[in-house]
Design a protein around this ligand. Sequence first.
Ligand SMILES: Nc1ncnc2c1ncn2[C@@H]1O[C@H](COP(=O)(O)OP(=O)(O)O)[C@@H](O)[C@H]1O
Ligand SMILES: [Mg+2]
Length: 379
Amino acid sequence: MKIRIGVIFGGRSGEHEVSVRSAKTVIEQIDRDKYSVIPVAITKHGNWLSPSESAKWLPPETISRFSDDIASIGKGDVGLVGDTKFKGLTRFQDDAGSSGERTITFDVVFPVLHGTFGEDGTIQGLFEMAGIPYIGCGVLASSCGMDKVVMKTLFREAALPICKYTWFLRKDFESNPEAVLAGIQSAVGFPCFVKPANLGSSVGVSRAIDAGSLKDAVILAAGFDRKIIVEEALEMREIECAVLGNDQPEASRPGEYLIRDNSKAFLDYTEKYAGTGNNEFVVPAPVSSELEDRIRTMAVAAFKAIDGSGLARVDFFLRNDNGALLVNEINTMPGLTDASGYPKMWAGSGKPFSAVIDRLVEFAIERHKDRERNKTSWS
Ligand SMILES: Nc1ncnc2c1ncn2[C@@H]1O[C@H](COP(=O)(O)OP(=O)(O)O)[C@@H](O)[C@H]1O
Ligand SMILES: [Mg+2]
């Protein structure tokens, strides 16, 4: 019997399009002999589509290997949240707009979702409630990895080096903007980076060089989140490392974004995902073996600091001025497109992405079984 994987993608986040691209790569790389794939697309409004509707979001050549699997699901079949007996999911709307009675079961689900409502622990909570094994970090690690302030607090606790930063609530800024702006200037100074605490893909992120641009940057970030973080802006190299595993995770060889056009202030959303050709991701990163070891050790430590499982990508800054290596952030559902760092770093470490997916499925099932071992009653 093949293992049936539900690949969930799209979603209610600013990274909806990246997620669709990541799902495409995942589905193309999944081993057809071992797995059957049922695609589940979530619209930007949060509607879950039926497998046959979901398949239409992907190129026919991507999904064709699994068309028999998809056709085997009746139009009226549903996955229902909260009923562990059925390992159900949520109610699919069938193509006619009404819901049926039967339930689709999954052996494992792969939430290939980035950002809000996908990478932040919310959908992971849904899977926990439904008792379905799922790929990637659990509720706690996902939500801690999403919040840049909580994440940094955990990194500091794990003695991982991080940059200078401060944070505040949007409400604080709205009630006393002058005090908040003055506080940032004394805690961090200029130039600085202003970011919404809970977003990814550089959305709402900007660089401030003086009081005027700081105010604009804060107003921009405050449009995206109730919590805002401000960091010292560094001149640095951006190095990444892929992590795979549960309680004994392993780190890949690191990769580095080499930027061709230095006129760009930082790797914004377009630079990273639109394939502008302005940057190149190189594996292994051109660093000494001593530094590579340190990167890999710190990547595993960052993963453990948030209590990660399955996979994550840890992003580093290598400072130009003093050579210090700092952890910037951890991404619990990193981009998985064919242009993304995570698959490229494993490929550069001798693990093709299809083998990585195999391991991810094993880790998801292992973690699920480990949780089932826990006693739920005592007397
Ligand atoms: N403190 C900083 N100094 C210099 N550049 C930064 C700093 N923080 C972020 N950047 C730039 O902005 C990009 C996005 O910031 P990041 O913290 O990675 O947020 P996201 O979650 O959006 O990826 C980084 O990849 C980097 O190019
Ligand atoms: Mg980043």
